[in-house]
Ligand binder design. Structure first.
Ligand SMILES: [Zn+2]
Length: 449
């Protein structure tokens, strides 16, 4: 088997791994690059191999840094199936359609403003391209699938609804792609459980150099809400529409039930998060909530649907909790809220998720006192809190524990999906604490396994 790292090597986004095995060419994840401009520009380069030469794709989960390039891959000639879990197929359909729409909108905007390197401005892909990719999604029945002679298996990985690790085996040789690994005590999604083991493991390292801390996530959130409401402010939560938005909604719901926070209005202002929240009903075995609790989740916030309602919300300055996307403040309605509310020192901007370098969220988290929004600078006087205990990603100790839980240690671990420092710190711990050969994957690197 031959493995190539075509993305998420030395960075957290753009997951794409190409496996040639048994005469089949299999792409594991087909993500978009996000964050720093030089990374985003990579989305515009031709795919490193001819998309028509790829037989099948396997998707670990729906997040765009794992799925967001699929419409371009299909447009450029990929004709195979895209294997994934049933919830991932549903979520990816929502996310890819929205991504196509945003790409088209960005191109329109660039045309109006007259700045673009393309003449006329082109979207990276269209809604129609996204629809073509969506038609290729194939939910795996049960847990196993086949790509020619290669045996595939999906293993739930926590993180977000439907997220899985992917294990591929050919003639007794095996490779496991961890995908993004969740936390054992996540509020909504059960943890990854035991590592199924393989000869080679390709493993994420997002938080490879960090510990999330022992705080109780509910109490940490309660403290933030209480102190903000006490000073007459509002809490703006920038949450990924898939995953963190629902986790924060559920946490706020529980805190209210337990009387641990004051009764203030809660809004969910993200059409996508709205649609995703309703999917929890269809996939009860994949999360911790009962059907009744799913209904409680829907009722726990007021859903802001129209643009007019969203604009009206901006006029309010009173204690409330507003959950909105995108999670790294790179776009979406949360950016308008940021412009409206960041200047008021009574308010809090809460960042519960990972903030990739170069994003507005990362600037805020690093203490920036102004951020650029829609071409002008906004002063940041609000309190900014990054709350890693609510993260959907395992921390370094949890990553090591997962690796150690395999019955047989792997012969080799390749680290991907991390900033260089995070990946290298984890590499040293894997080598020194577990005695396993580990290497940080290099972009366009190749290895036979
Ligand atoms: Zn993810």
């Amino acid at each position: 088997m031959n493995l190539q790292f075509l993305g998420a090597a030395g960075t957290v986004t753009g997951s794409r791994f190409l496996l040639d095995a048994g005469g089949k060419r299999i792409l594991i994840d087909c993500g978009m690059f996000q964050g720093l401009k030089q990374l985003r520009l990579r989305n515009w380069r031709p795919f490193p191999v001819d998309p028509g030469s790829i037989d099948e794709v396997v998707l670990t989960h729906a997040h765009l840094d794992h799925s967001g390039y699929l419409p371009a891959l299909v447009r450029d000639g990929f004709r195979g199936r895209i294997h994934c879990s049933a919830p991932t197929a549903d979520l990816a359909a929502i996310l890819l359609r929205d991504a196509g729409f945003l790409q088209e909108e960005d191109a329109h905007y660039a045309r109006r403003k007259g700045f673009s390197k393309h003449d006329p401005p082109k979207p990276l892909y269209t809604v129609e391209d996204a629809e073509r990719a969506i038609r290729r999604l194939q939910a795996v029945r049960g847990t196993t699938f086949e790509v020619g002679p290669v045996q595939g298996r999906l293993i739930p990985a926590g993180h977000i609804l439907g997220a899985c690790s992917v294990r591929l085996e050919l003639k007794g040789r095996s490779v496991l792609f961890s995908g993004d690994l969740g936390r054992e005590h996540d509020l909504l999604i059960p943890g990854p459980g035991r590592n199924p083991g393989a000869d080679t493991i390709v493993m994420e390292s997002t938080y490879g150099d960090r510990r999330h801390g022992p705080q109780d996530p509910l109490e940490s959130l309660a403290e933030i809400i209480r102190r903000t409401v006490d000073r007459g402010g509002l809490v703006l939560v920038a949450a990924f529409a898939v995953g963190r938005a629902q986790a924060v909604m559920w946490a706020v719901h529980q805190l209210r039930q337990q009387g641990r926070i004051p009764e203030v209005p809660v809004y969910l202002n993200s059409p996508m998060a709205d649609a995703v929240t309703h999917l929890y009903d269809d996939h009860v075995p994949w999360h911790r909530l009962s059907l009744d609790e799913c209904h409680d989740l829907f009722r726990s916030a007021r859903f802001v649907r129209s643009v007019e309602e969203s604009k009206a919300l901006n006029q309010k300055q009173e204690p409330m909790i507003v959950i909105s996307a995108s999670g790294m403040l790179t776009g979406g309605r949360v950016v308008h809220h940021l412009a409206a509310w960041a200047g008021d020192a009574r308010n809090t901007i809460l960042l519960p998720g990972y903030q990739a370098a170069g994003t507005r969220g990362a600037h805020l988290a690093s203490g920036a006192d102004q951020v650029k929004v829609h071409g002008r600078y906004i002063a940041v006087r609000a309190e900014v809190v990054k709350l890693d205990v609510l993260s959907a990603h395992a921390d370094a100790d949890e990553l090591l524990a997962w690796l150690k839980s395999a019955e047989q240690p792997p012969a080799k671990v390749w680290l991907v999906h991390g900033e260089p420092e995070a990946s290298d710190t984890l590499r040293l711990r894997i080598r020194d604490d577990l005695g396993i050969d580990a290497e940080v994957a290099e972009d366009r690197g190749e290895t036979s396994i």
